[in-house]
Design a binder for this molecule. Structure first.
Ligand code: ATP
Ligand code: MG
Ligand code: MG
Ligand code: MG
Length: 470
């Protein structure tokens, strides 16, 4: 079936609306009233209070398409076919309403009937002790046992320190040997990209206490997450999530600016995909009120912008260019996120300013780091002193991670401990110099720049069930 990213989002909403779900627009990437998280990385994160029972949900069944940032995946971006730091997660949720049976049956129905994916290409994984899930998949849904894989806790059990937890079941699409690692043992859960995980169903049926004891919940919950880019990649049969029609528009812009043809040089292709991804991430972060800084969310943003700028240099782009790429992101994604358009000027201005700042020193910084690397090679050292890394940070604006990354490309490391000592000393000096220790970043200031523009449920007017959300 031929269907693109924005249409899939819509079909997902329609499908779950038919199943009596309240469809709510994405929450901000910046967690609201939740100090435990830096950024939202899953559809369930902003709904946590409904799962714990701290708050009553507006409806027992909800569905969202949530903007997500996962900096933990940053090193995979551009290298695997399936990882981005920014992506949209489709999800349906049950707060003590329906459970395993419905969640599995509906996921299957959506994939095989609405998306018309061939049943033979679908595999599922379950938590190894979850016989109930096996029975449902096998007997009720009709998945042959050869295509149900039992995996351990690391893969298929969702939990935090305490609170709601439970087994998961993931749905994979077999994209065929051409995407695989070639190993005869290749199956779902393999690190290669043949079996691509599209949907994770979490069956939160336990409440874990301080002693690690799991108490069955009287009204278990359902939390699911499906990567919109991944399902699009499957539907469009593209190699990576960056080759899907919607995302490709961004990629093409990068190619155009860099005057590089995609697909000729694997290293350059990685840089192109990194810039494509990071441009999306930075656009949405700034749109949600995050400003570049040296700490917290601001640091995540700064790192993404500078990392993208550096990959631009690797492609031979001389001038500041990110706002041109951001332009494509805004124009394509305003369909769903109209605030991108209303905040367009601010978004571009903030990103441009950060890129310009880095632009002034990046060349110098890179050549100094190269000098350091040469010195290290000559003296057979493999660890860059923390003091030097700090100088790069302090004088040339190199986030530590960027220095680390460039060194890692040459199998070298940095003395992070020493770096941190230098950092701490500088902080102390700065603190002394000011009466009040304001680092320039605080939860408040991050969220305040678009004060009044962010509502928890964005775009009330868009859904017709809005009256129910209060
Ligand atoms: P993987 O094993 O491929 O890294 P995951 O198990 O870490 O994925 P989940 O935490 O289960 O992912 O998230 C739910 C869904 O979100 C996944 O099934 C996938 O479709 C999507 N997803 C997760 N991480 C990413 C990412 N970095 N980029 C794009 N989509 C993602
Ligand atoms: Mg992952
Ligand atoms: Mg996984
Ligand atoms: Mg998963």
């Amino acid at each position: 079936k031929k269907i693109g990213l924005h249409e899939i989002r819509k079909e997902f909403f329609d499908f779950f609306r038919e199943k009596e779900h309240l469809v709510a627009p994405s929450f901000s990437l910046v967690p609201q009233n939740d100090k435990s998280l830096l950024l939202i990385g899953a559809g369930m994160a902003p709904l946590k209070k409904y799962f714990t029972g701290e708050q009553t949900p507006p409806n027992k069944r909800m569905a969202t398409c949530q903007k997500c940032i996962r900096t933990g995946d940053i090193d995979n971006v551009g290298k695997t076919d399936r990882h981005a730091t920014f992506f949209e997660m489709l999800g349906n949720f049950s707060f003590g309403d329906y459970f395993k049976k419905e969640a599995t049956a509906w996921a299957w129905e959506f994939l095989t009937e609405r998306m018309e994916i061939d049943k033979e290409d679908l595999w599922v994984t379950i938590y190894l002790e979850d016989d109930e899930a096996f029975e449902i998949w096998n007997k009720e849904v009709g998945v042959p046992s050869e295509r149900i894989v039992r995996l351990g806790k690391e893969d298929n059990f969702w939990e935090l320190e305490v609170g709601p937890s439970g087994p998961c079941s993931e749905i994979y699409v077999d994209r065929g040997e051409k995407h695989g690692c070639g190993s005869p043992n290749c199956k779902p859960g393999c690190e290669c990209d043949r079996f691509i995980e599209v949907w994770n169903l979490v069956f939160t049926q336990f409440d874990k206490d301080e002693n690690g004891v799991y108490h069955p919940l009287p009204n278990p919950n359902i939390d699911t997450g499906m990567g919109l880019e991944r399902i699009t990649c499957v539907m469009e049969e593209t190699k990576t999530i960056f080759d899907t029609e919607a995302v490709k528009e961004i990629r093409r812009k990068v190619e155009e600016i860099a005057k590089v043809i995609y697909g000729n040089d694997p290293k350059k292709d990685i840089s192109i995909r990194v810039i494509t991804d990071h441009s999306r991430a930075m656009t949405f972060l700034v749109s949600d009120g995050v400003l570049p800084s040296n700490e917290g969310r601001g640091y995540v943003l700064r790192r993404l912008i500078r990392r993208a700028a550096r990959h631009g240099k690797l492609l031979g782009i001389e001038e500041a260019f990110l706002s041109q790429v951001v332009d494509v992101v805004i124009n394509s994604w305003q369909i769903e996120y109209s605030e991108l358009k209303t905040r367009e000027d601010q978004i571009k201005k903030i990103i441009k300013a950060e890129e310009d700042k880095f632009q002034e020193t990046i060349h110098q910084g890179i050549s100094i780091l190269e000098e350091y690397i040469n010195e290290m090679k000559l003296s057979n050292e493999t660890i860059l002193s923390g003091e030097k890394a700090f100088k790069l940070y302090d004088t040339y604006g190199f986030p530590l991670d960027l220095t680390k990354e460039i060194l890692e490309e040459k199998n070298l490391k940095v003395d992070e401990e020493e770096f941190n000592i230098n950092m701490e000393e500088q902080r102390n000096r700065a603190r002394k110099a000011r009466d009040e220790g304001d680092s320039g970043w605080s939860t408040g200031s991050d969220q305040d720049i678009f004060k009044g523009l962010d509502t928890i449920f964005r775009g009330y007017e868009k859904t017709n069930i809005v009256a129910e959300i209060t």
